[in-house]
Design a protein around this ligand. Structure first.
Ligand SMILES: [Zn+2]
Length: 385
């Protein structure tokens, strides 16, 4: 069981240490930086786009955020005696979560306007957090030990529960952008968690589809659960099949590389996963990330998006946690750019077939290939069976 210790940075932001194992380490170090206290008055605004019904966060202050700093000025490395006073006061840590210094949402909390129309603005309530996966500056999530990756999952779970309970929060979204190609501004392995005061556009579409399916099935089946069952039966898009989770390339994959990792049990979010489920999720997620890099032998940029049920009495019963892991990489040296059809119309064109992508990902088995208790030895991972 991971332990969590909360403290405050010198400007008032919260920082939480998550320690591997059962015993909390002492975390007495104070932030030595003379930062000005942050103010709720600095919170940005949201504007309602009446053409689409979407909220847009206007966060001009983020233009000044840290951009690809040299390693000796990294804000996510531990603070050192030689003068790099980073965001993390401690000289060492396991996993750390803290409030983003340049948030798109927050720090003010409250309820977004309920019946917006053309011209409606609101305060950008919410919270944006940074998750530092490791004190080590180089590497990636895929190179974390299983123990450390498990601590990150516990941190996501704890933050999901805590953020869901904040006033006005309607959706909690843990994610990782990996690779400079897709806009990463810090090399240190890290992810983020956004807590929104509204249901995001894509989540809203998915939540509506899920609720409609759930109602048509009189609450006996969920859309994601039925899709998972069908993929496991068909088999030709499966990548990994475990006791608690399965990974597959979705039937209508939009991206050159797209993997969905779904628990076998309907749970709304990471916080609802049991210890055994988190254990399996840990190695399966590491294995999938390793395979993405194995495909071409070099690091693959990706977005790891944890889809959790909205914090909402209406949508939540039909909601179903799953990971959507996507990459624009379509060849060793080629990325797909979202151009006219995709960016302007949301109409995706995939140059590969999901079945071929799944076959390539089955063949790219990685670090857990020697496991004896997992599905990597199973039927689904051997080509031609
Ligand atoms: Zn660093």
């Amino acid at each position: 069981m991971t332990t969590a210790t909360s403290t405050r940075l010198s400007d008032g932001r919260e920082l939480i240490y998550f320690d591997d194992g059962d015993v909390a380490k002492p975390h007495a170090e104070a932030d030595q930086r003379p930062l000005l206290p942050r103010s709720e008055a600095d919170t940005g605004e949201i504007r309602f786009d009446a053409l689409t019904g979407d909220w847009v966060a206007i966060a001009a202050h983020r233009q000044t955020r840290t951009y690809l700093p040299p390693a000796n000025q990294c804000p996510l490395c531990p603070s050192r005696n030689d003068g790099n006073l980073s965001e993390i006061p401690a000289p060492d840590y396991d996993v750390v979560v803290f409030e983003n210094r340049f948030p798109s949402l927050g720090p003010a909390l409250g309820v977004a306007p309920q019946h917006p129309r053309w011209g409606t603005t609101g305060v950008a309530f919410g919270r944006c957090e940074v998750v530092a996966f490791t004190p080590v500056h180089s590497g990636s999530f895929a190179t974390l030990s299983e123990g450390r990756a498990r601590t990150v999952i516990d941190a996501w779970a704890q933050r999901t529960a805590a953020l869901s309970a904040l006033p006005g929060i309607r959706q909690v979204f843990p994610f990782e952008n990996r690779g400079q190609e897709i806009g990463v501004t810090l090399h240190h392995p890290h992810g983020q968690i956004y807590a929104y005061p509204y249901i995001t556009p894509r989540a809203a579409v998915m939540a509506s589809a899920a609720r409609k399916y759930y109602d048509a099935a009189d609450g006996r089946n969920t859309l994601t659960g039925s899709i998972l069952e069908s993929e496991r039966q068909a088999g030709d898009r499966m990548i990994l099949e475990g006791t608690h989770f399965s990974a597959y390339v979705p039937f209508a994959a939009k991206w050159p590389l797209e993997i969905h990792l779904t628990p076998h049990r309907q749970v709304p979010d990471i916080a609802a996963l049991t210890g055994a489920e988190r254990d399996e999720l840990t190695w399966m997620y590491l294995e999938l990330l390793t395979r993405l890099d194995n495909l071409y032998g070099t690091p693959t940029p990706y977005i790891a998006a944890w889809h959790q049920a909205p914090v909402d009495d209406f949508f939540r019963p039909a909601g179903y946690l799953h990971l959507q892991l996507t990459s624009p990489r379509r060849a060793a040296d080629k990325l797909k750019f979202l151009a006219g059809s995709e960016a302007a119309m949301g109409a995706f064109i995939n140059d590969s077939t999901p079945e071929l992508t799944a076959s390539a990902l089955r063949a790219a088995a990685g670090r857990s290939a020697g496991r004896t208790n997992g599905p990597v030895r199973g039927r689904l991972l051997r080509e031609g069976t």
